[in-house]
Design a protein around this ligand. Structure first.
Ligand SMILES: Nc1nc2c(ncn2[C@@H]2O[C@H](COP(=O)(O)OP(=O)(O)OP(=O)(O)O)[C@@H](O)[C@H]2O)c(=O)[nH]1
Ligand SMILES: [Mg+2]
Length: 424
């Protein structure tokens, strides 16, 4: 399995700070608070797209940043929220955190999306804070910080077609001719030790992923040679390209049967996969005659190929492509596909014991022994006191709980005699 891997850094924007300001116009010389909220910082998302098939683009742009939210303004004007940044990645990209290896998402289908860095919430302006004992607070929240993470993106490419056959029949040479895989080839058995993949682009614009497997030999299903342990990589291949050498050292038909027996004995129904039988090394002496005899034994015509002279390359690719398009995918057992995981950084917060009750529509009340005790210790007639209380409520996760309970922008929330306005 070919693994394309890269490390990127994602940074979400900080929320804008809330404003401290007081209403004053011609008629009111000294009015109530009117400092608006800061805007939300931009978040960073990764979105799976089927038309991409490599992570190559990330080699040049490794840092993905969303902007900060704007500060709040006077006259109860909100700061502008920064736009979210959505970056497209190929379908099949697995996203994990570099330092811990924790997998955040496995983007398996077109349209799967994951938030990888959450934008900071804008700070509340002083218009949000009222208390019966302290009517004009000079308190505003700072915007919440953005997040910064280093992520590993991995793309595991699954092959559409797999090359199988005895060692030295020319599997790797063919892969090199039709793709940019550039794998080692040599005139001794088991040159290929692990499967290689290449992307094949046809002249008509279509493309498929081709896997070159280590050679198989008799007894492979019992572990002889190398190849069989890798056959699980082609369990998902829609089409098998079975290569049989027409060079004089071998008996083509016997080789062909041996490989098919091994596929059957492997036990994953690989023998039932659509197969293209290809006669390779057709440029060699006597190949024509051997192919003729081979085709008679087969009862159908094998496809002629020479990777040296390029004879038969294009017709073979076209046949393989057509067959791939006609054949449904074979799902690997035990692999669940689909699903979107949206990673929410706020879940990391430590939860503390408190309860939120809905008193009536748009009015919420926070209660609980610990919260009430803390509240009692804070002097909310001072700005410092209010700032401290607001920070505390934020730390214990009041906002997230309100969000989960369905609170809406502008709802009123009380704790003791203190009231603030909920903003998302
Ligand atoms: N004359 C001729 N030689 C070829 C052709 N294709 C491959 N060869 C030669 O055959 C030898 C084996 O080729 P590979 O592509 O390494 O064979 P393989 O099937 O990948 O072999 P393993 O990796 O060992 O399973 C190399 O020396 C190639 O140069 C061909 O079309 N014509
Ligand atoms: Mg090889």
């Amino acid at each position: 399995m070919l693994i394309d891997r890269c490390v990127i850094e994602v940074r979400s924007g900080k929320g804008g700070d809330g404003a401290i300001s007081f209403l004053h116009d011609k008629n009111t010389e000294w009015g109530g608070p009117d400092g608006g909220n800061g805007g939300k910082g931009g978040s960073v998302f990764l979105l799976a797209k089927a038309n991409l098939n490599t992570l190559y683009n990330f080699r040049h742009s490794r840092v993905i940043m969303a902007m900060d939210g704007e500060k709040g303004h006077k006259q109860n004007m909100y700061g502008r929220s920064a736009p979210d940044v959505t970056v497209e990645v190929p379908v099949g990209t697995v996203v994990s955190i570099e330092s811990t290896g924790e997998v955040l998402a496995d983007l398996k289908k077109e349209g799967d999306i994951v938030m990888v860095a959450k934008g900071g919430r804008g700070g509340r302006g002083n218009v949000c804070f009222k208390s019966s004992r302290h009517r004009i607070p000079r308190v505003a929240e700072n915007g919440h910080p953005g997040e910064k993470k280093r992520l590993v993106l991995e793309l595991k490419m699954l092959a559409d077609a797999g090359l199988i056959g005895f060692p030295s029949v020319g599997k790797s040479t063919f892969l090199n001719v039709v793709s940019r895989a550039n794998v080692e080839t040599a005139d001794y058995p088991f040159t290929t030790l692990i499967p290689n993949l290449g992307v094949v682009h046809l002249k008509d614009g279509r493309s498929f992923v081709l896997a070159d497997m280590p050679g198989l030999i008799k007894g492979a299903h019992e572990g002889k040679g190398l190849g069989i342990q890798f056959l699980r990589h082609i369990e998902r291949c829609r089409v098998l390209i079975h290569m049989v050498s027409m060079s004089e050292e071998r008996d083509p038909y016997q080789d062909y049967q041996t490989i098919n027996d091994e596929l059957k004995d492997y036990g994953a129904d690989l023998e039932k996969r659509p197969q293209l039988v290809v006669a390779t090394r057709m440029d060699e002496e006597g190949a024509e005659e051997r192919k003729e005899k081979f085709d008679k034994q087969l009862g159908f015509k094998s496809l002629p190929l020479s990777s040296l002279t390029h004879l038969g390359v294009d017709p073979l690719l076209k046949k393989a492509m057509d067959l791939i398009e006609k054949t449904p995918e074979f799902p690997l057992k035990g692999i669940v596909t689909g699903g979107v995981k949206v990673y929410d950084a706020h879940l990391d917060k430590q939860a503390e014991d408190f309860e939120i009750v809905k008193l009536r529509p748009h009015v919420w009340h926070i209660q609980g022994e610990k919260v009430e005790k803390t509240y009692a210790l804070i002097n909310i007639t001072t700005d410092e006191g209010i700032a401290k209380l607001v920070k505390y409520l934020d730390k214990i996760g009041v906002d997230d709980r309100l969000y989960d309970m369905g609170a809406q922008d502008g709802d009123s929330v009380t704790v003791g005699e203190f009231e603030f306005i909920y903003t998302r």
